[in-house]
Ligand binder design. Structure first.
Ligand SMILES: *[C@@H]1O[C@H](CO)[C@@H](O)[C@H](O)[C@H]1NC(C)=O
Ligand SMILES: *[C@@H]1O[C@H](CO)[C@@H](O)[C@H](O)[C@H]1NC(C)=O
Ligand SMILES: *[C@@H]1O[C@H](CO)[C@@H](O)[C@H](O)[C@H]1NC(C)=O
Ligand SMILES: *[C@@H]1O[C@H](CO)[C@@H](O)[C@H](O)[C@H]1NC(C)=O
Ligand SMILES: *[C@@H]1O[C@H](CO)[C@@H](O)[C@H](O)[C@H]1NC(C)=O
Length: 321
């Protein structure tokens, strides 16, 4: 035991002398499983800043209506799928949670069994600072209407751009991260990995999304549930992770022409589900899974049954520092 402690101390000292030796090595910080989400996260119940046809409910209401269900090994967060609404109602009940803790440089791994699916849905798992967009936003998983794009995106203020050539498997949709010049689109990367989003993700049993934020890059990774290449540390939720063994990320955002220290501050983790709004609403008219007639808001109001699969089932969220 004593030898073991000494060994740890010496590894620690060596790491301090040569930080780059252990680049990619992180230790477990916070683990959120089941009921941990009820204390480690708060339910947000203000109006949706992206103008969705949603009514975010607080934790007590979510638990009472069975929209948030925390069991020993999972967290379910769903939308109401039984109530017909009128245009006078504030929107369809749904849940948005945000972490109590904030994180700067870290690794986060989302083990997700099921994500909200269906026409009009706009789910997201992301991180954001207190003052938007000055403190930055990192969208890890985001999409609308079950279709394209399955996107990872940075949103910043002026002066942060991405190089066109990067070490990533995904495809860049824009290089300027400044929300003011991109109509809030930011700099996105879409992925063509199979089973990465929506119905295909769900019927395949879900998978893992991970993000690594250092002072010089932000990387986003994805592995489907049955992907043979999922690293053991990701799969087992280990006490340590080594991102240097994770392969090429889906999205790579280097600091080549973006000063991370001034564009990205401490971020909270947010998991949300909204309907229609700025993005899902504008693609309602063309989305494959939508009726493509009438308005998105009207569809949400009058088709409660269509939201039966609009739920998150999250096995865990783990952070490492
Ligand atoms: C939901 O998530 C997306 C993620 O990009 C975000 O833009 C939007 O503001 C979120 N909506 C709410 C109400 O949190
Ligand atoms: C609440 O939701 C859970 C998970 O979807 C389900 O197993 C349970 O039966 C529901 N309870 C009620 C009272 O509807
Ligand atoms: C919702 O409205 C539709 C028709 O407008 C009706 O068929 C359905 O039964 C209603 N559902 C509920 C739960 O009231
Ligand atoms: C998003 O994921 C779905 C399901 O895996 C896939 O069909 C679609 O092509 C993907 N979109 C992009 C832009 O990669
Ligand atoms: C990117 O990070 C490196 C290493 O910390 C630093 O030397 C460089 O100045 C950074 N670049 C920008 C544009 O901030």
């Amino acid at each position: 035991m004593i030898h073991f402690v000494l060994l740890l101390v010496s590894i620690y000292s060596v790491a301090n002398l040569f930080p780059s030796c252990l680049a990619g090595h992180y230790n477990a910080a916070d683990t959120y499983v089941g009921k941990d989400f009820l204390t480690g996260f708060t339910h947000f119940s203000d109006p949706d800043p992206t103008h969705g046809r949603v009514n975010y409910v607080d934790q007590a209401t979510a638990l009472r209506l069975n929209l948030t269900v925390a069991t020993a090994d999972s967290l379910i967060m769903r939308a109401d799928y039984t109530t017909n609404l009128t245009s006078k109602d504030p929107g369809r009940n749904a849940v948005r949670i945000e972490s109590v803790k904030s994180y700067t440089t870290h690794v986060i791994i989302f083990d997700i069994n099921h994500m909200p699916q269906g026409c009009a849905t706009w789910p997201a798992a992301w991180e954001v600072g207190g003052k938007w967009p000055d403190e930055g936003e990192v969208d890890i998983l985001e999409g609308v209407n079950d279709n394209i794009p399955n996107q990872s995106t940075l949103h910043t203020n002026a002066g942060c751009t991405m190089p066109s050539t990067r070490q990533q498997t995904g495809t860049s949709t824009g290089t300027d991260c400044n929300v003011a010049t991109t109509g809030n689109s930011g700099c996105g990367v879409v992925s063509n990995k199979p089973n990465i989003y929506g119905k295909a993700f769900n019927s395949n049993g879900g998978g893992w999304y991970a993000m690594e934020r250092t002072s010089t890059f932000i990387n986003v990774y994805f592995w489907a549930r049955n992907d043979a290449s999922v690293p053991t540390d990701v799969k087992t939720g280990g006490n340590t992770v080594d991102t240097s063994a994770w392969g090429t990320p889906v999205a790579n955002f280097p600091n080549t022409s973006c000063d991370f220290a001034s564009h990205f501050k401490a971020h909270k983790i947010i998991i949300n589900l909204t309907f229609c709004g700025d993005w899902a609403g504008s693609s309602f008219a063309t989305a494959e899974v939508c009726p493509r007639i009438g308005s998105c808001d009207d569809y949400v109001d009058k088709n409660p049954g269509a939201f039966q699969n609009a739920y998150w089932d999250i096995a865990s969220v783990r952070t490492y520092t």
